[in-house]
Each structure stands twice: as C-alpha cells, then as structure tokens.
Design a protein around this ligand. Structure first.
Ligand code: ACO
Length: 367
C-alpha cells in the first residue's frame, strides 16, 4: 500500500492588514480586550478584486513549485473553504482551470474550520487506496465577506488567507500516519451562516437581519473546542501506538490563543511545542493549519522525520486530528517551470471558452 507524503506547501495572504485599533474604529472594542481574550493583534483582509480562488491559486502554485510537480500531473484537487466562491460551481474547479490541472478531478469539501484535516485525510486515503498518485489540497478563505463588521462578537476574530499542500504517493514509509474525524450536528446552531442556502434563501428580510453573516455562540464554541482538541490529538496518536512524547510539533487550528493554551494543559505538553501564529492572521478557518505549518517550516522549526499533529475544530460541529511524519519533496526527476504552465492554463481556458461558444452557436443552428 503506497504512503501519502506531504511533498509541497504554499501559502498566500492578501497584503492589506487590519489591526485591532482599526477594528476599534468600527465597533466598541479595544486592542487590549482583543489581545487578552483571543491573542489576535491583526489579520489580513482580501482586496475587492481578490476571491477564494485568487488566494487558492497563488497558494497552489507555490505548493506545486516546492513539490516540483506540474499541474498536469495532478489526479485530484480538494478545496476546502468556509467562504467558498459560490454555492456551486466548486471553488476547486475554478482553481483547476486557472492552474491548468487538465486531468484532475476537483471538488469542494465543507467541514468548516476542520476542513483542512478532513480534506488532507480524504486526499491521503485516495493515495493509500492506490487509485491516485498526486493530490492537491487547498484551504482558502475570504471570510471578511461573511463577517458582520457591526458585530463585535465575531468581527474581531476572522482573517483571510490560503494554504495548500501537495500529497504524493511513495513506497517509502512516512507521511500521513493516522487521522480521526468527528462530528456532532446537534451543535449546528452554535456557529453558522443561517441564510443564503436552501433553508433560508437570500431575501430582503434575511439581508436586513444580517443572516447572511457568521453567527456564533462564542462561549459555547469555546467550551466545545477546549473539550475536544486534546482528546482528538490523543486518539490520533493512539491509533498508531504513539504518545505525546513521540511528537515534536502540534499545529492546532488558530482560533484563539486561550483555546490552544487549554489544549496544551489538557495534553500536559509545553506550549512551545505548539505552532502559534493567530496573533498575525486571526482565525483563517480552513487555511489556518497550512499557514501555521508553512511558517514553522520557514523558521526551520518543523524538520524531516518530525512527527507533527494537526488538530482542528469548527462549525458543524466538527473536529479532527491527524499525525504526519514530515518528509518534504520527493527526489526531483526534472525541473518544472510553473510560470509556463500558468500562461498555458490561461490560454487553454480562453480557447475552451471560445470553442464552447462556437459549439453552442452551431448546435442552435442544427436544432
Ligand atoms: N470587545 C469588547 N468587549 C467585548 C467584545 C469585544 N470585541 N466582545 C464581547 N465583549 C464583552 C461582552 O459583551 C461581555 O460583556 P458583559 O460581561 O458586560 O456581558 C464581555 O465582553 C465578555 O464576553 P464573553 O462573550 O464572555 O467573552 P469571552 O471571554 O467568551 O470571549 C470570544 C469571546 C473571544 C468570542 C470567545 O468566546 C471565543 O474565542 N470563542 C470561540 C470562538 C471560535 O473559536 N470560533 C471559531 C470556531 S472555528 C469555525 O468553524 C469558523
């Protein structure tokens, strides 16, 4: 059975930064309150011309570059997002077109902030089954468009950004070693965007009442998160007969510094084994785990052969954890030039659109 290794990684955050002081001009809050209660100092916010696909494409290209893998070699793209481009089509398909992944299947996976752990596990299982060799997993968010900037309970928390991992098959042991995925829909109301779906299609009233924005019972989510994080880490380690002593790094979902602190206490682990960057990005939902991992790699904290645990929780309610033995890129056969593929992808997309128009015109004539 092949192993699923993480061989490439890439992140992208939009340039504009919104500080706590900036938010204090919008709602009654303060930098001190936000830092004390959440650990967040600032977050990045997408420009009007940036979308989940824009951020996702940048992260994906960077990840493919690290893996030295051509987009045309991808078998599957899984995009996970709590702020997708549309209800449909899938954001994954838009990214597939823009990077020129000509033979990849593409779909979106929705598990709120646990999405990246779920998606990585699904990608790894596709590789473990032997049916796929190269899978791209992307977490991308423009949550700022779903935030009510008049609601101080939520607008202080979220930020925009994207992260991507390339998973590749190899006979060498390592990569994704175990994973647990959990859900409890009885807590669906604690964290949701109530309108805009089939249950409450967008109407003047839903918009007036702000029901197309994130609604959250912060205290409830806090209690739930502190209950499940440590337990999920232990479960994922027990699956492969490991303990926290075998682990070099925990990369938790970056929602709130105090939640991470409480998980560390539960696991009886020192906080310096936890990768934390919530102070600079806020909660970027599905992008938070890859963003934190990539920063830890850039600082040479995570190294080859390290055992790393990803753990997340989120709306649904959902939660999960995954143990990975870090490897890095597979030995390169040839140098891949991603810039050329990107140009080719644009041209290909343009030509396919024209063909589709011509085909439509001709078939109308036939009818
Ligand atoms: N600025 C100043 N005061 C505030 C603010 C604010 N931004 N927000 C709330 N307050 C006030 C409240 O009104 C309250 O005042 P009161 O005592 O007079 O009523 C007081 O501060 C305390 O409010 P709490 O809600 O008890 O604050 P708490 O310590 O619980 O912190 C927070 C709130 C930060 C939202 C916390 O509950 C939390 O982080 N929850 C988890 C949220 C989370 O992780 N969500 C993402 C999940 S992942 C996903 O799927 C998207």
């Amino acid at each position: 059975m092949p192993f699923a290794h993480i061989t490439g990684w890439g992140m992208y955050v939009p340039e504009p930064v919104l500080t706590n002081d900036d938010i204090a001009k919008l709602v009654e809050t303060s930098d001190e309150w936000i830092r004390e209660r959440t650990g967040i100092r600032e977050r990045h916010i997408a420009r009007e011309t940036e979308f989940p696909s824009t951020l996702g494409v940048e992260a994906a290209i960077r990840a493919l570059k690290v893996a030295n893998l051509a987009p045309t070699e991808l078998d599957l793209i899984i995009c996970t997002s709590s702020s997708p481009e549309y209800i449909f089509p899938a954001t994954a398909c838009i990214i597939q077109d823009q990077i020129g992944a000509t033979k990849a299947g593409a779909f979106d996976l929705q598990a709120a902030c646990t999405g990246f752990v779920y998606a990585l596990n699904m990608g790894a299982q596709a590789i473990r089954s032997g049916s796929m060799k190269n899978v791209l997993v992307i977490g991308t968010e423009v949550l700022s468009r779903f935030v009510n900037w008049k609601d101080r309970n939520t607008c202080i928390l979220f930020g925009d950004g994207a992260g991507a991992f390339v998973l590749q098959a190899s006979d060498q042991p390592g990569g994704v070693m175990s994973a647990v995925m959990h859900s409890d829909g009885s807590g669906a109301d604690s964290l949701s965007v109530p309108a805009g779906g089939a249950h409450s299609p967008a109407t003047e009233a839903t918009i007036r009442e702000g029901k197309h924005f994130i609604q959250m019972d912060g205290k409830e989510v806090f209690r739930f998160a502190t209950r499940v994080m440590g337990r999920a880490v232990t479960e994922s380690l027990e699956q492969i007969q490991l303990t926290t002593n075998d682990v070099q790094w925990i990369v938790p979902h970056q929602a709130n510094y105090r939640i991470i602190e409480s998980a560390a206490k539960h696991l009886k682990m020192p906080l310096d084994k936890f990768v934390i960057n919530v102070d600079r990005y806020g909660n970027t939902s599905t992008a938070s785990i890859p963003l934190a991992t990539i920063e830890a790699l850039q600082k040479s904290q995570i190294k080859p052969n390290d055992k790393v645990v990803f753990v997340a929780f989120g709306g649904g309610l959902t939660w999960g954890a995954m143990v990975v033995e870090w490897t890095g890129p597979l030995p390169a056969k040839k140098q891949v030039h991603l810039r050329q593929y990107r140009l080719f992808a644009r041209l290909r997309s343009f030509i396919r659109r024209i063909f589709r128009h011509i085909e439509g015109f001709l078939s109308r004539k036939e009818v």
